[in-house]
Design a protein around this ligand. Structure first.
Ligand SMILES: [Zn+2]
Ligand SMILES: [Zn+2]
Length: 420
């Protein structure tokens, strides 16, 4: 009996997932294969960046040329799957029909939109509704913000229609092409490796450093000078104008006082590792205003593996853990995507015995970011892969339960009479 229901559930959910997989692969093919792209182009012609249709006629035409064929292909493939179920597991084959039933819903909706039935667009075309974005691109399902990027950030990425699995697997869940990316700690070993990797991915990079010399990276064996901006801890607000123009801010600077436990070492560790990073993060968040900002701006914070493992440097651990917790707390309400970089020891001037090379670490960071990992873990320590996600989930849950949104709090204070 249990086997029956397990097989039934597997066919039900499997056939629906399969339908979505067919949809996404159809979409990918429509961007590379001429006969399909001629039909799919109609879909890209319809919308303005505000997601309002250019005109009613093109909106309706686009459904006959794109959405109806797409749903028809999904229907054919889900019917084939049903046929396979009929042969393989005859007693439960009916459950494999859910994929076709699910697809029929989309086919019906596409026909309704093509026919111009009033209300069909508002009820069924959920990823193309105009209006302000309420949330950053979501992780596992496609929301409006996620899909907007396919139309207006990069049409060769963000292909998914409902679930984001195909983009994650293909590394098209984040496009770095043409993005302006600023990296702090840019004169360090990892900073330079990141600049190189990001530039190779098509990004325009800016080096942020406290040093007074321009940052130079190695480009195919040739030294290349990078656009370098100088900043100082405590003078973060000077970067406001620059941040308005930056898409992705990577906070990667830090110090390691190793065994020093003096008052000065405590002060420097927290000031540089924790508070200057936090101030830059808050400053950057104030530049996220428009729909485009919500969709494309991001912050990546290098909080390090020290969040869950000993770094054999107490003040490094303490200051990085506090930073990690502040990021966990603030990203509950962040208007854009905030990623953490959880990195194990890599070889650098500060750490000559590190096992991993900084170039390899930077390559893995970019690869995981393209798969939309919100917590990017690069380490040789297997414990981190278990300990970090558990810790992050529990701390995030605790913070969510025992704190309130900053704007909710502002409204609450407004409604209360002032106490003098
Ligand atoms: Zn679209
Ligand atoms: Zn497309």
């Amino acid at each position: 009996m249990l086997t029956f229901w397990l097989t039934a559930a597997a066919w039900t959910f499997g056939s629906i997932l399969y339908a979505e997989l067919v949809r996404d692969l159809y979409h990918v093919s429509a961007h590379v294969w001429q006969p399909l792209s001629r039909l799919h182009n109609w879909h890209h012609r319809v919308f303005r960046p505000t997601l309002t249709p250019v005109n009613e006629t093109i909106y309706r035409e686009a459904h006959w040329y794109n959405d109806v064929p797409e749903a028809s292909v999904m229907l054919v493939f889900t019917l084939l799957l049903w046929a396979i179920a009929f042969v393989a597991t005859p007693s439960v084959h009916g459950f494999a029909a859910f994929g076709s039933l699910y697809t029929l819903g989309f086919l019906g909706a596409a026909i309704a939109r093509g026919a111009g039935i009033p209300g069909a667009d508002t009820l069924t075309d959920l990823t193309h509704r105009p209006g302000p974005f309420e949330a950053p691109p979501s992780r596992w399902s496609v929301n409006r913000t996620y899909h907007w990027r396919h139309h207006f950030d990069n049409q060769n990425a963000y292909f998914c229609g409902t679930f984001t699995v195909v983009d994650k697997l293909m590394g098209t869940a984040l496009s770095l092409k043409g993005k302006t990316i600023a990296v702090t700690g840019a004169s360090g070993t990892l900073g330079r490796s990141l600049l190189t990797q990001l530039q190779q991915s098509g990004a325009k990079v800016i080096a942020l450093t406290s040093g007074d010399r321009p940052v130079v990276i190695d480009r195919d064996g040739q030294p290349q000078e990078i656009n370098t901006q100088t900043w100082k801890v405590g003078e973060e607000s000077n970067l406001q104008a620059l941040f308005e123009t930056v898409d992705i801010l990577i906070l990667n600077h830090g110090i390691n006082v190793h065994g020093d436990r003096s008052a000065d070492a405590i002060s420097r560790s927290y000031e540089i590792n924790t508070f200057s990073t936090w101030r830059l993060m808050e400053l950057f968040l104030t530049t996220v205003r428009s729909n485009r900002d919500i969709a494309c701006k991001e912050i990546w914070v290098n909080t390090s593996e020290a969040e869950v493992n000993p770094a054999f440097s107490p003040l490094y651990e303490l200051s990085k853990r506090t930073l990690g917790d502040l990021v966990t707390l603030r990203r509950l309400d962040a208007p854009c995507v905030v990623r953490k970089l959880i990195l194990g020891p890599f070889k650098s001037n500060l750490n000559p015995i590190g096992v991993m090379s900084a170039d390899w670490v930077a390559e893995q960071i970019v690869k995981q970011a393209r798969s939309d990992a919100r917590n990017i873990i690069v380490t040789v320590n297997p414990l981190t892969f278990i300990a970090f996600p558990i810790k992050e989930f529990l701390v995030g849950l605790y913070f969510k339960l025992f704190s309130r949104r900053a704007d909710d709090l502002a409204n609450l204070n407004e409604s209360k009479p002032e106490i003098s």
